[in-house]
Design a protein around this ligand. Structure first.
Ligand code: CA
Length: 643
């Protein structure tokens, strides 16, 4: 009898120290287990029964209590989500999101509960913390998050280090512009300030995982990954030194409240990574569009002709260029207020309108966050000046703004992003952010948001030999990483041989014309500012100009075709009935690919490509009845195939 009682007690204590639950994707392949083990909330992930994440920590530390240890299981609830929506400015226009859900509720020793809501669709996990009202407590500061990611030891990484706060040009960092490395072992990832989202992991034979976050509004800070510590990457809140050290790290939330979604996209191949729509599927529009916004392409003098072109005469040349290219827009960059002035800008906008071209204007987001000195400044940082300015902009007929040089990822900066977007919608203005953070679900949350930089963008091709050397390398990464989770306002398609106004010597472009055309499809953003210059109308083959005249900037479908990040990438995008298949090659030798293109089976297509001497060519090709075609991509070259 005594023996039996002991056994019974052991059984009870086993239940008490480990309570677990699991949820699987609708197709049964992606499985998430969650448990409280010795008081610590943990989770793990497998795909097709192969390990993607080993037991990894969960939990929050708030000013109202610690929810990372001494926790007990309360209950778990299963559910389902099935929703369909339309979204015209991301990689796909019509989306159906089906997920199985698990709400896992735990309690700390103060009897305060939190829940973690997991949503598991076929290739994506999204989860967030949900905090109820605790007694009379309705305000809470989340100071830290324990959420971590423990990958198996064979994993290699594709990461971009977080820029150090208050460094770089006019102390404007961090701005997500440090570039990614490829296939680095985890042990080498010791950047002091961690790594930006998104972050790609190759879990050897087991598959791939892309980590990011979405749904960050004014109600939270932006997060990133910590450096690799004790075998784990953790969710880290902004460095306290953002915004010149002013403002808190962490988040101030009302209760009941939620954190943003942590997302993990998983696949045996890279296909689910390229095609994921999870950043948009778990968020909702935060307000209605005040009107139908028109997306499209623009000319942009600053990128090649730089500050000296910020004058009336040169802007007329770029308006004429936009008109000659059937572009919808011109972007007029910094210093327009000083060099052209508000009155003549009105005339310039009228001139543009007479040519069928609409105008985007540049603004400094500052303020007080850093030393960015370009003007107009002090116009976007308070509601009072912003609304006054936007009233003028609307009356002058401006259609969009590019707002630059933000202070970091703290909650107060997320408020500024949201306030600019919300006010701009009231005045019919679209918004592009530069010198900025990663947009986290914003294409869907904010109807007038049309793209952010947050990448080693075209400006660095002008400024840095190292970036020119790596242009093709970086381009092959974007469809799998940065551009997979959000629009990317890169400012590319540079057809000058030398990336300056003279176009005779200096910053030599190392990639081919076909490569540049390919990036217009490979890089997705609903408004694309292209780097063409007026001389390109004369010195570039007519078929290249015709291609750019017709290339869309919005897509109904995006399909992974082939590639490996850092080596080469091939992506297909559809606009209405027309397919564009684009590829680039960052390797040192020409690459002949036998591509499977079921969408073009048995048909004819037009190929834009490079010949052996890297001269551009356009030719007709036939796609076999098996839907196959063989294409050679030159090193630093590219192609586009279109039906
Ligand atoms: Ca920049």
């Amino acid at each position: 009898m005594k023996k039996l009682i002991v056994l019974y007690c052991l059984l009870i204590s086993a239940i008490a120290i480990s309570q677990n639950a699991e949820v699987v994707s609708p197709d049964g392949k992606l499985k998430l287990k969650v448990a409280v083990e010795n008081g610590n909330p943990i989770y793990s992930v497998t795909y097709n029964n192969k390990g993607i994440l080993e037991n990894s920590p969960l939990g929050l530390i708030t000013n109202e209590g610690d929810f990372t240890k001494n926790m007990s299981f309360v209950e778990s609830t299963l559910g389902k989500v099935d929703k369909s929506y339309e979204q015209e400015k991301i990689k796909q226009s019509s989306i159906n999101y089906k997920a199985n859900t698990l709400k896992f509720t735990i309690v700390n020793t103060d009897k305060k509960q939190i829940s973690i809501l997991f949503q598991v669709s076929n290739n994506d996990i999204a989860f967030r913390y949900e905090l109820p009202i605790w007694g009379e407590t309705m305000a809470c500061v989340v100071e830290k998050e324990a959420t971590g990611y423990k990958f198996p030891s064979q994993t290699t990484t594709f990461l971009s280090s977080m820029m150090k706060s208050m460094t770089g040009f006019a102390r404007t960092a961090p701005s997500y512009e440090s570039g990614y490395t490829s296939d680095s072992p985890m042990e080498t990832n010791t950047a002091e300030d961690g790594y930006v989202f998104p972050a790609l992991f190759h879990v050897g034979e087991n598959g791939w995982a892309l980590l990011s976050e979405t749904g960050v509004s004014s109600l939270y800070c932006g997060s990133h990954l910590s450096k690799y510590r004790n075998g784990i990457y953790s969710v880290e809140y902004p460095n306290i030194k953002n915004n010149n050290g002013f403002g808190s790290t962490g988040a101030q939330i009302g209760l009941p409240g939620v954190t943003p979604w942590r997302t993990i996209t998983v696949g045996e191949t890279l296909k689910p990574i390229v095609e994921t729509t999870i950043p948009f599927s778990v968020v909702e529009p935060l307000y209605e569009a005040s009107q139908d916004y028109t997306y499209g392409r623009g000319s942009w003098s600053w990128i090649v002709w730089q500050d000296n072109s910020m004058n009336y005469e040169d802007q007329v040349k770029y308006i004429d260029l936009a008109a000659a290219m059937n572009f919808e827009y011109i972007l007029i960059d910094a210093w327009w207020d000083k060099n052209i002035g508000y009155d003549r800008m009105k005339e310039l906008i009228q001139y543009a309108k007479s040519k069928g071209v609409d105008v985007f204007l540049w603004y400094n987001s500052n303020g007080s966050a850093n030393d960015a000195f370009q003007t107009p400044k002090d116009k976007m940082n308070t509601a009072i000046t912003r609304k006054k300015e936007m009233k003028w902009l609307k009356e002058a007929g401006v259609k969009g703004l590019k707002v630059d040089f933000f202070g970091g990822d703290k909650q107060e900066t997320m408020r500024l992003y949201e306030d600019i977007l919300s006010d701009a919608n009231d005045y019919g203005l679209m918004i592009i952010f530069h010198g900025a953070t990663l947009p986290r679900g914003w294409e869907r949350m904010y109807p007038n948001f049309v793209g952010s930089e947050a990448v080693t963008a075209s400006e660095m091709l002008i400024f840095s030999q190292d970036v020119r050397n790596k242009e093709a390398f970086y381009a092959t990464l974007h469809p799998f990483i940065r551009n997979s989770v959000a629009s990317m306002e890169f400012g590319g398609v540079l057809l000058n041989k030398f990336l300056n106004k003279g176009n005779e010597k200096g910053q030599k472009r190392l990639t081919t014309d076909a490569f540049q055309l390919a990036t217009s499809v490979l890089f997705q953003n609903p408004v694309q500012m292209f780097g063409l210059t007026p001389n390109n109308l004369e010195d570039v083959p007519a078929f290249e100009l015709d291609f750019i005249r017709n290339v869309p900037t919005t897509w109904d479908e995006t399909v992974f075709i082939d590639g490996y990040p850092g080596k080469y990438s091939v992506v297909a995008r559809r606009h209405n009935q027309k397919w564009y298949i684009a590829g680039v090659n960052a390797e040192e030798t020409a690459k002949t690919l036998k591509l499977k293109l079921p969408m073009l089976t048995g048909g004819k297509a037009t190929l834009y490509n490079d010949d052996k001497n890297k001269n551009p060519l356009m030719e007709d090709v036939k796609i076999s009845k098996k839907g196959e075609v063989s294409i050679t991509i030159q090193p630093n070259g590219g192609f586009v195939l279109t039906n």
